[in-house]
Unconditional design. Structure first.
Length: 322
C-alpha cells in the first residue's frame, strides 16, 4: 500500500504524562469543575476550519512567534521534517488544535496541554474525560480541523489527482482490498478516470474520517466499511449529508457524515457520532489566515531563533506526491 495511505500510528505513543510535558495548568485545572458556567458556554462550539498552506508564504517573524505558541515536544517533532511543506502543515495543525481547545474550554491558551492517545490521536490532557472532541487532517494544499464540544468528530481531506508513477488501473488494483464490492461499483459508474479517482478519494475520506473518529485504527478492516453514496457528485461550497455507512452489512444509523469540496481539487469529509434522531445543519468550513489562526495565541515559552532559522532553510519538494 502506498505510504500516504498507511495509518501512521506509532508503536510507542502512550499518553504523555503531565510531568514530561511540563504543562503549567495543573493547579488551574483543579478548579475547572467549579466553573460550570464556563463549560456550559464552551459547549456551544461546533467548528470547521481550513487553512491553505500552499498559498501561505511564511515570514520569519511568523515562524518565530509560532515557535513560542506550541509545546516543546511538538516543536521538536516539526523540526524533524525534511521539507518545508510538511513542516508547515504540521505547525498549522498544532496551532489549529490549540485555538479550538482554548475557545471551546476557556482554558487559558498558555495553560493548554495537548498530548496523544495510544493511537496517536491528539487529546487534551489534564481534564479527565476530555470535554471536547477535535480532529485534524492535512493533505495536498490544506490543513483542516473539525471540533465539537458535544459529539465525537473525525475529519479527513484528500487532494484529487492521479497517482504519481502509476496508472489508475494499476492503482485501483493495489487498493482493491481496501474497498467493498459495492463501493467499487459506485466508482466505476463514472465514465472518465478523473471522475473515478475523485470518487475513490471521496470514499477514502469517509473511511478515514470514521476510523479517526473511533480511534480503532488498523483493527478496523476498511473493506468491512461500506459507504453508500446517495448523492454521487460533490460541489464546492455545498454540503452532502445523505451518505450512509454499513459495517459488515449493518446500517450504522447513529453516524452522520458531512462532505464537500474545499475547492475543485480537494475533498473533505467529517464524521459525527450522534443520536440517530438528531438533525442539525452542516457546519461550513471557514478559511483562516495565519493572523486569524493566532489571534488568541499567547506564548508558552521563549521564541526559538534556531527553530525559525532551521524552518526557513528547509527544502521544498521538487514535485508533489500523493
Amino acid at each position: 500500500m502506498p505510504n500516504y495511505m498507511v495509518h501512521k500510528f506509532s508503536k510507542n505513543l502512550n499518553i504523555w504524562s503531565i510531568s514530561k510535558l511540563g504543562c503549567r495548568y495543573l493547579s488551574w485545572i483543579q478548579g475547572l469543575r467549579t466553573r460550570p458556567a464556563s463549560i456550559k458556554m464552551a459547549r456551544q462550539y461546533n467548528i470547521r476550519w481550513a487553512f491553505n498552506t500552499k498559498l501561505w508564504k511564511p515570514r520569519e517573524d511568523q515562524i518565530l512567534d509560532a515557535s513560542s505558541y506550541i509545546q516543546t515536544e511538538e516543536k521538536e517533532r516539526i523540526s524533524r521534517f525534511c521539507f518545508q511543506e510538511d513542516a508547515k502543515s504540521s505547525l498549522i495543525g498544532r496551532l489549529m488544535l490549540r485555538k479550538f481547545a482554548h475557545l471551546s474550554t476557556l482554558i487559558p491558551y498558555d495553560n493548554l496541554c495537548l498530548g496523544r492517545d495510544k493511537y496517536g490521536k491528539p487529546i487534551l490532557l489534564g481534564t479527565g474525560e476530555s470535554p471536547i472532541s477535535f480532529n485534524v487532517s492535512h493533505q495536498g494544499d490544506y490543513v483542516v480541523l473539525a471540533g465539537n464540544s458535544e459529539v465525537k468528530v473525525g475529519v479527513d481531506t484528500m487532494k484529487i489527482e492521479p497517482p504519481v508513477n502509476k496508472d489508475i488501473k494499476e492503482f485501483f488494483r493495489i487498493m482493491r482490498r481496501q474497498f467493498s464490492n459495492q463501493e467499487w461499483e459506485t466508482i466505476y459508474k463514472f465514465q472518465t478516470e478523473l471522475e473515478q479517482i475523485a470518487c475513490f478519494y471521496r470514499i477514502w475520506c469517509l473511511k478515514e474520517s470514521y476510523v479517526k473518529n473511533t480511534g480503532f485504527g488498523l483493527s478496523t478492516p476498511l473493506q468491512d466499511l461500506n459507504f453508500s453514496l446517495k448523492t454521487l457528485n460533490l460541489t464546492v461550497g455545498e454540503y452532502v449529508r445523505d451518505t450512509e455507512l454499513f459495517e459488515k452489512g449493518v446500517l450504522k444509523d447513529n453516524w452522520k457524515f458531512e462532505e464537500t469540496l474545499l475547492d475543485d481539487k480537494h475533498a473533505v469529509a467529517v464524521s459525527l457520532h450522534i443520536n440517530k434522531d438528531l438533525e442539525q445543519e452542516p457546519v461550513p468550513f471557514s478559511f483562516l489566515s495565519f493572523e486569524e489562526l493566532v489571534k488568541e495565541a499567547k506564548p508558552l515559552n521563549q521564541p526559538d531563533f534556531v527553530f525559525r532559522d532551521e524552518f526557513m532553510k528547509k527544502q521544498f519538494k521538487s514535485f508533489e506526491t500523493i
